[in-house]
Design a protein around this ligand. Structure first.
Ligand SMILES: *Cc1c(COP(=O)(O)O)cnc(C)c1O
Length: 426
């Protein structure tokens, strides 16, 4: 299997003789064994297999394996939400007393997770502007830094990451680069090809694509050499007493250590695995990801070009437009397209935005993005309302910013809806 379109359909699950053609929903909490020794080996991580769906379930694993293939990784794990994926991806290698460098242009929920909840756990964060200089980025790292976290295309400010710079400085400091690739999807960008070590997704967005199931995934590239920085990552490189002194890097190599630890330790203790039914629905979404994503991008380009020419539009930000400040980076890292999300502001600011949104008919106002249906959100009054004005600016979200998630309807209907609402909000 060489091409990503084929992987969207076929990867992750190969039925044996007489088995279901489609990924089966194994809706079972538990699994039966003839001998307790068999089970003991599973509990000791000496054999691989299933015993309790809080840790692992076959349906979820088939779907994780597909996403792993799409990203070009060596191991992957589904989580019950994108938030759980972000949390586990960092918490798997950082604990109380550690420090993480994160881009300031990240999803509002991730920002709160890091800046409030994980700080409460004793993990410190330094947030850097993703467009900072090499010196500024380097200055953010400390001896106790354990990871660097950023988004490929940030939600909602749509900054495009300079992967080369972030990977270089993270690696100089002996830590992995963790990338939230939700908006670009592996169809448009595969961060492992640009130096990232771990990728996470909110699968709730384009991967599911139909707004049916909240979910997340963590994928490991298998490239980061934990043993080379053994002192920084004792959780992976020294014995885990809760598994009879097993050392993850010794037993599973750099290809498997990180995800095995996340599954065996974090899922065991914190339990954020998705329902098999949700994994099944996610797989249906994945089977058309390579068809939907280009259509989202084509529609978004048409809408962005329309908005750009409109007299009532104050500004448009869509990284695929040739005059966008990220256009060169886009050509380098995602030449086939970016995402279906556009941000823009109307003349008349915040009040006009609210009036405009009330007059849309096809595009719904929802707290969602990356859905087959066109939808819109005003972050300053919704997802980002916990943030102060300074934090809003730091995240690249101005008070008049509307986030338009362009769906896969006919672009002419989407543009007509916007045209009507602009007129009605005059
Ligand atoms: C939505 C989102 C998340 C959080 O994911 P949930 O599935 O809602 O928990 C994380 N990162 C990005 C970029 C998102 O858009």
């Amino acid at each position: 299997m060489s091409y990503i379109d084929t992987k969207c359909i076929q990867a992750g699950y190969t039925p044996k003789n007489g088995e279901p053609r489609v990924i089966p929903i194994i809706q079972s909490t538990t699994f039966k064994y003839d001998k307790s020794e068999d089970m003991a080996k599973l509990f000791d991580l000496e054999a691989s297999g299933y015993f309790y769906s809080r840790l692992q379930n076959p349906t979820c694993d088939y779907v994780a394996a597909k996403i792993c293939a799409l990203e070009g990784g060596t191991a992957a794990m589904l989580t019950s939400s994108g938030q759980a994926a972000s949390f586990f991806s960092v918490f798997n290698i950082a604990s109380c007393g550690d420090h993480v460098v994160a881009s300031s242009a990240i999803y509002g929920g991730t920002f709160n997770l890091f800046n409030v909840t994980m700080r409460r756990m004793g993990i410190d964060f330094t947030f850097v502007n993703p467009d900072c200089t090499e010196e500024e980025l380097r200055a953010a790292f400390k001896p106790n830094t354990k990871a660097c976290f950023a988004e490929t295309i940030s939600n909602p400010s749509l900054t495009v990451l300079d992967f080369e710079l972030f990977a270089k400085v993270a690696h100089e400091n002996g830590v992995p680069l963790i990338i939230d690739n939700t908006f670009a999807t592996p169809i448009n960008c595969r961060p492992f090809e640009h130096g990232a070590d771990i990728v996470i997704h909110s699968t709730t967005k384009y991967m599911d694509g139909h707004a049916t199931s909240v979910g997340g995934v963590i994928v490991d590239s298998g490239k980061f050499d934990w043993d080379a920085y053994a002192d920084k990552f004792p959780g992976l490189t020294t014995p885990d007493e809760s598994y009879h002194g097993l050392t993850y890097t010794k037993s599973f190599g750099k290809e498997g250590a990180y995800i095995t630890k996340a599954t065996a330790q974090l899922m065991r203790d914190l339990g954020s695995s998705p329902a098999p039914q949700n994994a099944f629905l996610l797989n249906l979404g994945l089977e058309s990801l390579h068809v939907r994503v280009p259509k989202h991008c084509a529609n978004a380009t048409a809408v962005a070009e329309y908005l750009e020419k409109h007299d009532e539009v104050a500004w448009v930000h869509y990284p695929s437009l040739p005059n966008n400040k990220y256009y060169d980076r886009v050509q380098k890292y995602m030449p086939n397209g970016t995402c279906g999300v556009i941000s823009f502001g109307l003349k008349g600011g915040r009040e006009r935005a609210e009036k405009f949104m009330m007059n849309l008919k096809l595009a719904c106002v929802v707290t969602h993005v990356a859905d087959a249906r066109t939808c819109i959100l005003h972050p300053a009054s919704a997802t980002h309302r916990q943030l102060t004005d300074e934090e809003l600016v730091a995240c690249g979200v101005s008070p008049d910013l509307m986030r338009l998630s362009v769906g896969i309807e006919d672009a002419r209907d989407i543009i007509a809806d916007i045209e009507n609402a602009i007129e009605a909000s005059k």
